[in-house]
Design a protein around this ligand. Structure first.
Ligand code: ADP
Length: 357
């Protein structure tokens, strides 16, 4: 071998080492007895052990803390069929989900002399899958509940011996449930549009006082133990907004104010002209929001510890945030646990963007 061949060989092995170390997946080369022959930096990081503490030790000992290979070890399967094997499982010792791909290392005589393991931390993907699965279960339940009321009320109202008054009552229950169903679907559609960056606003000049009055009037008879109060000053300037979206924001906030104040009381909905923007607020005297959970409030599918016995899917506030932001405004909450909450949002006047501080 010439000096330059040697140089090349040295630099090539350094390049390989640097390449493996740059990869964030755990890579190891093992012999047929599961002994670690080579590992990269990610392997050291995940296991918390130094390279000199790892080389020569059994992989299953280091990763699983066991004294023999685990039942569904992909290496074992690979030894049997000689092909690359991939498996996925939860490793409680490391607290992560791993996807492990095992590929054979073949000697000059064609025999498998070891394997290359590439283990990837797939915990985030697994969590997302779990959230999706839970979400499908939750949403199916939440869609079914108002549908059951709608169907039940309509069928009962058609039954024999039902008076006109009773039928009217049943049908208004059905209408309220249909509205809540429709809002849930609207929220789902808005969320999927926002996630796909397709939230196109259809803005027009809106008389927000009139819009708020009409939204509130639909809630007036919804609850016997709440009183809905509006505070709308005269002479409010019209605002350029997407009427349907603004209505959805108000519906979501008023709906929550009623839902999360099961003991009843006043729900005060107001608008104030702040010069550069309009300030909307929805105030309830309900269960309030624990301080330590306020950060999660506007996240998708956030349901806080205060929701026991109260239905919901955790979409409304996230959608409100997307829609208010799309108007150049901002949304926030002031709340004291056990005392009630006030949700605020702004809409800039004259198309100017309010500072989002
Ligand atoms: P949902 O009501 O369907 O659960 P939202 O996105 O509207 O979803 O609200 C998210 C969470 O924020 C709720 O689950 C609840 O924990 C909390 N929350 C929302 N509005 C209020 C309110 N007015 N008072 C107390 N908690 C609230």
């Amino acid at each position: 071998m010439t000096t330059s061949d040697e140089m090349m060989a040295v630099s090539e092995s350094l390049i390989w080492q640097a390449t493996f170390d740059a990869i964030t997946d755990m890579i190891s080369i093992q012999d047929r007895q599961f002994n670690l022959v080579k590992v990269n930096k990610a392997f050291e990081r995940f296991t918390g052990l130094k390279i000199e503490e790892l080389i020569g030790r059994k992989c299953y000992e280091v990763i699983h803390g066991s004294n023999c290979p685990i039942a569904d070890c992909p290496y074992g399967q690979m030894m049997v069929n000689g092909n690359r094997c991939v498996s996925e499982y939860y490793e409680p010792r490391l607290g992560i989900y791993l996807e492990i791909a095992t590929s054979p290392v073949v000697g000059s005589d064609g025999q498998v002399i070891g394997s290359v393991h590439v283990a990837r931390d797939v915990t985030e993907r697994k969590k997302a899958e779990q959230i999706k699965d839970e979400f499908i279960g939750l949403i199916s339940h939440e869609l079914k509940t108002p549908l059951t009321v709608i169907l039940g009320s309509i069928l009962t109202s058609l039954g024999k011996g039902i008076t006109r008054r009773q039928a009217r009552h049943l049908l208004s229950d059905a209408a309220a449930s249909a509205e809540s169903l429709s809002r849930m679907i609207d929220n789902l559609l808005e969320l999927s549009r926002a996630q796909a960056d397709h939230l196109e606003m259809r803005k027009e000049m809106v008389d927000v006082g009139q819009l708020l009055r009409s939204v509130v009037s639909r809630y007036q008879d919804r609850s016997k133990n709440h009183r809905l109060v509006t505070k709308i000053p005269k002479g409010l300037p019209p605002v350029k907004a997407d009427r349907v979206r603004l209505e959805l924001v108000l519906n979501n906030l008023i709906d929550n104010a009623l839902k999360y104040s099961p003991g009843g009381g006043d729900v005060v909905v107001s608008i104030q002209d702040q010069g550069k923007y309009l300030l909307f607020s929805v105030k309830d005297r309900g269960i309030g929001i624990p301080d330590e959970e306020k950060d999660r409030l506007f996240q998708p599918f956030a349901r806080l510890s205060n929701t026991a016995g109260i239905d919901g899917v955790g979409l409304g506030l996230n959608v409100c945030q997307h829609l208010v932001k799309a108007h150049g405004g901002r949304i926030w909450v002031e709340s004291e646990h056990g005392q009630g909450s006030t949700f605020f949002f702004t809409l800039p006047l004259g198309g100017t963007k309010e500072a989002s501080s």
